[in-house]
Write a protein that binds this ligand. Structure first.
Ligand SMILES: *Cc1c(COP(=O)(O)O)cnc(C)c1O
Length: 449
């Protein structure tokens, strides 16, 4: 079996996510035969270092022995059971763990089966909460410029990345979009904290103006990942929590990408010591194994739904695979790894090594910024370093970096012209240097002519 034969069969019947399929006339899809640790291997024995954690989901490597063992045991015990009227050990234990490790005050766990669904749940729950307590005039959401919350229609509506959203505009609910704290836009010499503070006044104003009609503000804490890995200071979260309390509006923290250690703490909200009213988790939740998401919320929200059936205040939302036993067990094994090893401490060292390996990009004539929050590092490739004029998107320079890196055995998948490193936590310092070397050479080639 060759790569080519698989690729041909694939292209005859498949339609891949986030892909212009015609691109594959020029380059094939890569069939992966197996994975181990940070490495993927195709059908011809070529290896690829998974420097983006397979779309930010993988935490402890492919074919992780701890998670594998847990799943094998679960598989022989219970694969899945209806989650209405029934429950099972892994779902209960995982919910207990999530309540224990998420910020104080989050005491209820609602499962869904992917990130977008978790966002839908949080939006519906927030709206429904206000309705249940007699504030049915609250029907709108505030979101940040450049935010991303998933692809289903509700999640897309509260997102703001034009590339994904614009086409579907006529289908989407109205939201209030506030200019964001993205620190790439700060003035020269201005600190992240100062810029984030300054930008918060725009959020405060929006809340002041619209609070009566607002259910919640939804944000990605600290890093807008799909929005080109743009970052901001925790002071913004701190101020937002205070303002949401002041104006009687929920705060939804979408930690689907940044949760589980990506920003240096277990959850990004910890940087500002805040508790949101809803926290959405997915991606790393199962260590990158299975589709599962969770929405954590407070006792106050839960109690607003809790009444006699005839009151019709129940949250009647469901997904067929809610609380899937295999997925919950993978989540449990993932959290056990965090609790049995000093992952957060070790990541500090890895993050420092990553900073060192990427330091030279600061001097690159086509790099406007190297930014980092914990285990996420991004390199902004531009046409003009001094004016920060970007390359026209039509030139697809990031794609050139992608293709070059693949030819050298590294899986990078730039977001437009932003090259980023977001590796599994089992990456070694040596491998980080390899990623940086390949990215450097890829950028060298991509910026030619
Ligand atoms: C990936 C992502 C989502 C959507 O999750 P899916 O599982 O892809 O639906 C939502 N929010 C953020 C911040 C994400 O990064």
């Amino acid at each position: 079996m060759t790569n080519q034969s698989f690729s041909d069969r694939d292209l005859a019947v498949l339609w891949h996510p986030c892909t212009q399929m015609k691109d594959h006339e020029a380059f094939p899809v890569i069939p992966i035969k197996k994975g181990r640790g940070v490495w993927l291997e195709d059908f011809e024995g070529n290896q690829y270092l998974d420097a983006i954690s397979s779309w930010w989901v993988n935490l402890f490597g492919h074919a992780n022995p701890v998670i594998n063992a847990a799943l094998k045991d679960q598989l022989d015990t219970l694969e899945h059971v209806i989650f209405a009227g029934f429950t099972h050990e892994s779902a209960v234990r995982l919910a207990e763990k999530l309540v224990e490790i998420t910020p104080v005050g989050l005491s209820r766990c609602f499962y869904a089966d992917n990130g977008s669904s978790a966002v839908e749940v949080a939006l519906k729950m927030s709206f429904h909460y206000w309705r249940n307590i007699g504030q049915a005039s609250k029907t709108k959401f505030i979101t940040l410029e450049n935010s991303y919350h998933g692809e289903t229609l509700g999640a897309l509506a509260v997102g703001n990345v034009a590339l994904y959203k614009e086409t579907y505009g006529p289908l989407l609910m109205d939201v209030i979009t506030v200019p964001g704290p993205d620190c790439y836009n700060r003035e020269p010499g201005e600190s992240w904290a100062d810029y984030s503070t300054r930008r918060f006044t725009l959020m405060e104003r929006a809340l002041q103006q619209h609070a009566e009609s607002i259910c919640a503000v939804i944000i990605e804490p600290l890093v807008q990942c799909a929005g080109n890995m743009r970052m901001y200071d925790p002071v913004y979260l701190h101020k937002l929590r205070d303002a949401c309390d002041k104006y009687n509006v929920h705060l939804i923290a979408d930690e689907i990408a940044v949760g589980f250690g990506r920003t240096g703490t277990l959850f990004a909200c910890e940087h500002a010591a805040i508790t949101p009213d809803f926290m959405c988790l997915s991606k790393g939740l199962t260590g990158g194994y299975l589709a599962l998401s969770a929405v954590l919320t407070t006792d106050q929200v839960y109690r607003a739904f809790y009444a006699d059936y005839q009151n019709m205040t129940a949250f009647l939302h469901s997904h067929s695979y809610t609380g899937n036993a295999l997925a919950c067990r993978a989540g449990l094994a993932t959290i056990e790894i965090f609790q049995q090893q000093d992952i957060i401490g070790n990541n500090k060292k890895l993050a420092e090594a990553m900073a060192k390996a990427a330091a030279r990009f600061n001097e690159h004539p086509h790099v406007a910024e190297v930014r980092q929050t914990g285990m996420i590092l991004a390199i902004e490739m531009v046409k003009n370093k001094h004016t920060r004029e970007p390359y026209p998107w039509q030139e697809r320079r990031g794609l050139k970096v992608y293709q070059y890196a693949l030819s050298k055995g590294v899986l990078l998948r730039p977001l437009g012209n932003v090259i980023y490193f977001m590796p599994p936590y089992v990456v070694t310092e040596e491998e980080l240097w390899l990623i940086a070397d390949v990215a450097w050479e890829g950028i060298q080639r991509a910026v030619k002519d």
